[in-house]
Design a protein around this ligand. Structure first.
Ligand SMILES: Cc1cc2nc3c(=O)[nH]c(=O)nc-3n(C[C@H](O)[C@H](O)[C@H](O)COP(=O)(O)O)c2cc1C
Length: 485
C-alpha cells in the first residue's frame, strides 16, 4: 500500500505516510513541562506506528495560558529530550514539535490583535521562534513545525483580515506574507539547512472576508520558495467568529470556522481533501515537490490510500481518529482493520480542550488517560445465546433502536451501522448502553441498521441481526404530492 511507503523530508525518513497532526492534550501542567502523561501519549502513537508525530502546540514565549507545553527557555529542553528519545527507542516514527506564538486574551472577551504589536514586539517574536526552534533541535527532535494556522499570531499576519498598515500591511498579499518570511528566515539561520522545518497553515480561513484556497495556493508557493520542507493544511479555527462565553476567554473554535476546523459527525467524510489536492497540484505544477499533508475527517483506510494513490496528497493527517486509536497504522498494516476503534467525530475531545481539561476520547473506557492497549489475543465481545435481538421502531420521524447487552469481558460500547436504501453500511454513532435514537432519518426512505459490540481496544464482535425500517413520508408531503398528481 502507498500508505506504508516511506517518505524523505529533508534528510528525515518518515517510515510511512500517516501523520498525527498537533493536538493539545492538556496533560501538562500550567508550568509547561513535559511530564509522564504527555510522554505516554506520544509514545503510544509511536507504538502504533504513526509515521510522523507532531507534538501539540508548544509555546515559544512565556505568556500565561492554561496547560500548554513550552520551549520558551532552556529549562524545558530536558523534558523534550526524554520524550524524543523514548519515541525513537520504540519505533522509527519521526517526531517534531509544533511551535506557537499566541496573543493575549482576557476573560472579558478582549483580545490582543496584531496591530497592537510594536516593531520591537515583532523583532522579539521572530527571535522567540528562532530560539525555540534551536531548543527543539537540541532536544533531539527530528524537525519542527511552525504553527501558522488558526487564530494565532503567524496566521493573523497571513489573514485577509490582517489590520496592519505598515510593512506587514494586510491589504496586500506581500504585506501579509512578510512576518512568516522573516520567522522562517530566522528559524533557518538557527537550525541550519539540514533540519526539517514544516508549516501548518490554513487552506481556507472560513470567516467572512477571510482568504480562500486561491490565496492559500500563493501562500504555499511562497513557503516553498522559502525552503519550507512540508505543508500541513488545516482550515478555520478563528477568533473573528468565536462566540464569547461570559467570564471565559475567547476560544477560537466556538464559531462556524471552529466547526470547519474540527468537523463534527454531521459533516461528510473528507470535507477538506479537495483543498489539499488543489494546493498540491499548484505547487507540483510549479516544480515544487514538498509534501502536502491532507487533514480533516479521514479515518477509513481505503479513503486514505485512495488520496495518496490518486496523487491528491502526500501524507494523511488524522487527529481525532489517531487519538481514538493510535494503533490504526499497525492494525491496517497487519490486515486487522476490523479492529480499529473508529472515531465517531463526537467532539468530546474538542470540548475537553476548550474547557482546559485533559483531552481523552469518549470511546475509551471511563477514567482512562491513554488509549487502551491493543489486545490482539482477546476474544471479541459476542451476543448472548438468544442473539442481539435488535429492534427498531419509528416514532415521530425518529428511529428508536434497542438490543440486548453483549457478553464478554470488557464490552466498551456499540457501533451502530446504518445503510440508506441499499447503500453501504457506515458507522452512524457509538454508544455505551444498548439503545439509541436516530434523529437524522428522512421520511420516504428506508434504512437498514445493525450493531456491533466492541471492546476497549476496538475489537468488534459479529454484527447483530439487521433490521430494515421504512420511514413514513410526513402527511404534508403526501398531501402536497396528491395535489400535484
Ligand atoms: C483536542 C484537539 C486539539 C487540537 N490542537 C491542535 C493544535 O495544537 N494545533 C493544531 O494545529 N491543530 C490542533 N487541532 C486540530 C487538529 O490538528 C486537526 O486539524 C483537526 O482535528 C481536524 O482533523 P481530524 O478530522 O483528523 O480530527 C486540535 C484538534 C483537537 C480535536
Amino acid at each position: 500500500m502507498k500508505l506504508f511507503e516511506p517518505l524523505r523530508i529533508n534528510g528525515m525518513t518518515v517510515p510511512n505516510r500517516i501523520a498525527v497532526p498537533a493536538m493539545v492534550t492538556r496533560l501538562s501542567g500550567e508550568d509547561g513541562y513535559v511530564n509522564q502523561d504527555v510522554t505516554d501519549r506520544y509514545v503510544r502513537y509511536a507504538r502504533g506506528r504513526v509515521g510522523l508525530i507532531v507534538v501539540e502546540a508548544t509555546a515559544v514565549h512565556r505568556a500565561k495560558s492554561g496547560p500548554l507545553l513550552r520551549l520558551c527557555g532552556d529549562e524545558f529542553i530536558a523534558g523534550h529530550r526524554d520524550l524524543a528519545r523514548l519515541v525513537h527507542d520504540v519505533s522509527d516514527s519521526k517526531i517534531v514539535p509544533q511551535i506557537i506564538h499566541f496573543m493575549k486574551v482576557a476573560r472579558s472577551g478582549w483580545r490582543q490583535t496584531i496591530d497592537m504589536l510594536s516593531e520591537q514586539d515583532i523583532e522579539r517574536i521572530i527571535g522567540e521562534f528562532g530560539d525555540a526552534a534551536g531548543r527543539a533541535r537540541e532536544a533531539g527532535y527530528d524537525g519542527i513545525e511552525l504553527h501558522s494556522a488558526h487564530a494565532y499570531t503567524l496566521s493573523s499576519f497571513l489573514s485577509r483580515r490582517n489590520p496592519r498598515r505598515d510593512l506587514y500591511d494586510g491589504r496586500s498579499l506581500e504585506g501579509r506574507l512578510r512576518m512568516f518570511g522573516r520567522v522562517m528566515t530566522r528559524v533557518r539561520q538557527v537550525v541550519g539547512e539540514d533540519f526539517p522545518v514544516g508549516v501548518r497553515f490554513l487552506a481556507e480561513e472560513c470567516i467572512k472576508e477571510g482568504y480562500t484556497v486561491e490565496d492559500a495556493k500563493l501562500i504555499a508557493l511562497r513557503m516553498a520558495q522559502l525552503g519550507v520542507d512540508y505543508i500541513s493544511l488545516s482550515v478555520g479555527g478563528k477568533f473573528e467568529d468565536a462566540v464569547h462565553r461570559e467570564g471565559q476567554p475567547l476560544y477560537p473554535y466556538t464559531g462556524y470556522s471552529g466547526d470547519r476546523c474540527m468537523p463534527g459527525d454531521w459533516y461528510p467524510p473528507l470535507p477538506h481533501a479537495h483543498l489539499a489536492e488543489q494546493i498540491k497540484q499548484y505547487l507540483n505544477a510549479r516544480g515544487h515537490s514538498l509534501p502536502v499533508i491532507s487533514v480533516g475527517k479521514i479515518s477509513d483506510p481505503d479513503d486514505a490510500e485512495r488520496l495518496l494513490a490518486e496523487g491528491r496528497a502526500d501524507m494523511i493527517g488524522m487527529a481525532r481518529q489517531l487519538l481514538a486509536d493510535p494503533d490504526w497504522p499497525r492494525k491496517v498494516m497487519e490486515g486487522r482493520r476490523d479492529r480499529i476503534l473508529r472515531c465517531i467525530y463526537c467532539n468530546v475531545c474538542k470540548n475537553l480542550d476548550e474547557n482546559f481539561r485533559e483531552v481523552h476520547c469518549f470511546l475509551w473506557p471511563k477514567g482512562l488517560r491513554q488509549a487502551p492497549e491493543d489486545r490482539a489475543d482477546a476474544l471479541a465481545p459476542r451476543w448472548p445465546a438468544e442473539g442481539a435481538g435488535l429492534s427498531a421502531t419509528c416514532e415521530g420521524g425518529q428511529i428508536r433502536l434497542v438490543w440486548r447487552r453483549a457478553d464478554g469481558e470488557g464490552v466498551a460500547g456499540y457501533d451502530i451501522y446504518r445503510a440508506e436504501e441499499n447503500g453501504e453500511g457506515r458507522i452512524l454513532e457509538a454508544v455505551k448502553s444498548p439503545k439509541a435514537l436516530d434523529r437524522t432519518v428522512l421520511g420516504g426512505l428506508a434504512y437498514t441498521y445493525y450493531v456491533r459490540a466492541y471492546d476497549a481496544s476496538g475489537h468488534a464482535g459479529p454484527p447483530s441481526n439487521a433490521v430494515r425500517v421504512a420511514v413514513p413520508m410526513p402527511d404534508y408531503v403526501t398531501e402536497q404530492r396528491a395535489r400535484h398528481a
